[in-house]
Design a protein. Structure first.
Length: 105
């Protein structure tokens, strides 16, 4: 992969991750689905790139993408935890009982 392709793909990944963050904030399920597809496609394009092939610019872009992905992962986990807590409250199940039921499944 040429350096320009690599930096272009990394810039595109950053843009997708920023759109994903906005979709998470607005709970836009359609945009989340599109973002997931685009991220998967970009990961496929980047799959064969070795870390030693990165120049300073690409390394910086990769680090930015890594940080954005981590923030988005944390937001997704918080949303999932909030949903689980609400479902547990509705069903009258405590967190420990809920976890125990999954352990037996």
């Amino acid at each position: 992969m040429m350096a320009s392709d690599l930096t272009g793909n990394l810039r595109q990944m950053i843009a997708v991750l920023e759109r994903e963050r906005q979709a998470l904030a607005s709970l836009d399920a359609d945009e989340l689905t599109c973002s997931a597809r685009e991220k998967a496609g970009l990961c496929d394009l980047l799959a064969d790139v070795r870390p030693d092939a990165l120049d300073n610019e690409a390394r910086g872009l990769a680090e930015t993408a890594r940080q954005l992905n981590e923030v988005n992962r944390r937001v997704r986990n918080l949303l999932a935890a909030n949903v689980a807590a609400r479902i547990d409250a509705l069903s009258g199940v405590t967190g420990q009982l809920h976890q125990a039921s999954f352990a037996h499944a």
